[in-house]
Design a protein around this ligand. Structure first.
Ligand SMILES: N[C@@H](CCC(=O)N[C@@H](CS)C(=O)NCC(=O)O)C(=O)O
Length: 214
């Protein structure tokens, strides 16, 4: 029996943050597949009553505890395991600052951009896609500049801020129509460093539901 269950699906970068953290800390965990595209189970009253009132993935189950919001899940796992935990008050605040910026402005725009481009039916309006892409490019520039100064977002060591920020970054470039790593050399080097951590896996390997049935 695993210690943790994670409600997730392969195409979710939001869930990847939690799945990657679980793997990197060597936790005993198992995915619970959420059939997001076919049945939209996360929008059902049952899911909202029993699993997550916010109607979102990921959700981490640990015994009687159910947690949602990847930033909260990452914090919980870091505090329990002592791994990827920012050290000291200033570092904790700095990590939280990047996690919020990521959730709102980086992957918060990149995720919906990729969804509208690849999965939405009908596909997203080109004007909306252009708007989102503009916001994403601006935010990626900010992250790239930050990573020119230090190997990781909060300094010399990887923390939960990095595991939050990688959310959608390892998905194939074709899904975005641009190559995040090729266009941002500091992000590319940082992605390689995280990829080298023991336990790293690609989101399509780590979570169920890829490829989507045609
Ligand atoms: N800030 C949240 C975002 C979670 C989120 O938006 N998840 C998407 C899946 S990738 C979702 O469940 N969306 C609900 C829906 O579209 O019905 C987190 O980091 O956990």
């Amino acid at each position: 029996m695993s210690d943790y269950q994670l409600y997730c699906f392969a195409q979710s970068g939001n869930a990847y943050r939690a799945a990657l953290m679980l793997n990197l800390i060597g936790a005993k965990w198992e995915p619970v597949f959420v059939d997001f595209f076919a049945s939209g189970v996360q929008r059902t009253p049952e899911y909202r009553t029993k699993i997550n009132e916010m109607g979102e993935v990921p959700v981490l189950v640990h015994g009687d505890r159910k947690l949602s919001q990847s930033g909260v899940i990452l914090t919980y796992l870091a505090e329990r395991s002592g791994k990827f935990l920012p050290s000291g008050g200033d570092e904790r605040l700095e990590a939280l600052r990047w996690i919020i910026f990521d959730n709102q402005k980086v992957n918060g725009f990149l995720g919906p951009f990729r969804f509208l481009k690849n999965f939405a039916k009908p596909k997203g309006d080109p004007v909306v896609l252009e708007f989102l892409k503009g916001r994403v490019m601006n935010s990626l520039g900010i992250v790239d500049k930050r990573l020119a100064k230090d190997p990781y977002l909060v300094g010399a060591r990887p923390t939960i801020a990095d595991l939050s920020m990688v959310a959608y970054f390892y998905y194939p470039a074709e899904e975005f129509g641009f190559d995040i790593a090729a266009e941002h050399k500091n992000i590319a080097a940082w992605l390689s460093r995280i990829k080298a951590l023991p336990g790293w896996k690609h989101p399509y390997e780590l979570m169920p539901g890829h490829p989507l049935p045609s």
